[in-house]
Write a protein that binds this ligand. Sequence first.
Ligand SMILES: C[S@@+](CC[C@H](N)C(=O)[O-])C[C@H]1O[C@@H](n2cnc3c(N)ncnc32)[C@H](O)[C@@H]1O
Length: 353
Amino acid sequence: MKAKAFTVLESLEAQAFSCTNAGSTLYGSLLAGLIDDYRSGGVTAELLEGVSAAPMHDAVPLRYLATAHRLALAGAAPTLARWYGSCGGAWNGHDISDDFLQVAQTHRSEFVAGLQRNVQTNEVGRAAVLASAFALIARRHHYALDLLEIGCSAGLLSRWDEYFYDTGSSALGDPASAVRFDHSWWRTPTPDLGGGVRVARRRGSDISPIDATSAEGQLTMLSFVWPDQAERVDRLRRALAIAARTPMDITQADAGTWLAQELGNGPTTGVATVVFHSIVWQYLPQSTRAMVRAALETAGELATAHSPLLWLRMEPDTPQRANVRLTTWPGGHEEVLAEVGYHGADIEWLQPY
Ligand SMILES: C[S@@+](CC[C@H](N)C(=O)[O-])C[C@H]1O[C@@H](n2cnc3c(N)ncnc32)[C@H](O)[C@@H]1O
């Protein structure tokens, strides 16, 4: 039997519920007003109806909110920006949907275009658990890391070594960095971040990459973060500033095709080749997943102690938590390194060191 497709109204209601419960009371309240507008056949209904056959799956409500946020960030919607912390404003808890709807009426063509844009985030908070894993890999294999990230978005996690991590008992990264992770990110016992990690090379790919070095790309990234999540907005802004001065190669490609090509000659001698991804697997078609696995297994057969290959991934485990798995070749041994919240907080490190 075919799964029931959710309606626009149901997706708005689900989004309101999830915003209210996942840290944006501003968006929760705003969506309540937008739902009323939708029910009465207002501009919300005119714009959202027909955008997608699967409005919930395609996160149409988030596209709607992000389009307005983008205008506010760009200075084109000051009546809305005054309520958004990300734009220097402050919200006093009242219903701001009239201001939002006014912006939607005035900027219809921007909304029509914005509603076609896929929701695209790059969660810098995930760097802390990945850094913990990179430290473990470097300690085990004694080589610099050759990093290949699939589904890398703007590449903010590939630049993880530009940030600073301090568990309270060990530290890693750039001590002068503007992006900092303190002990509160890890539960005890914390992982050992010591021993030093060198990055020999970083490359990434994404089916729809964002250029973090351009003003346009930065605006796109910021628009998808919820405006009252001050800490995330601030961390993203800092990471984008670092990305702007830390160039990296990001290829627009399907993960399977790209990896097959990059690993075609097997892992390089004298480095630890690390393929990694976070919250990407669920978005990959079956054929791409099969290609990723095949590329890894084929290259894994060529791996040696002097050319190790590692597959590191942070992917959903339960509805609340992700886990971090590592497969190591030669041998193909798989282990769970950590459990962690989807945005990278509350790391439970499971590996002895
Ligand atoms: C939820 S985002 C995660 C981004 C990033 N890894 C992070 O943790 O912040 C999922 C990413 O997967 C990318 N993606 C989806 N399908 C893909 C494919 N077939 N090949 C490569 N990337 C893909 C999307 O464009 C998006 O950037």
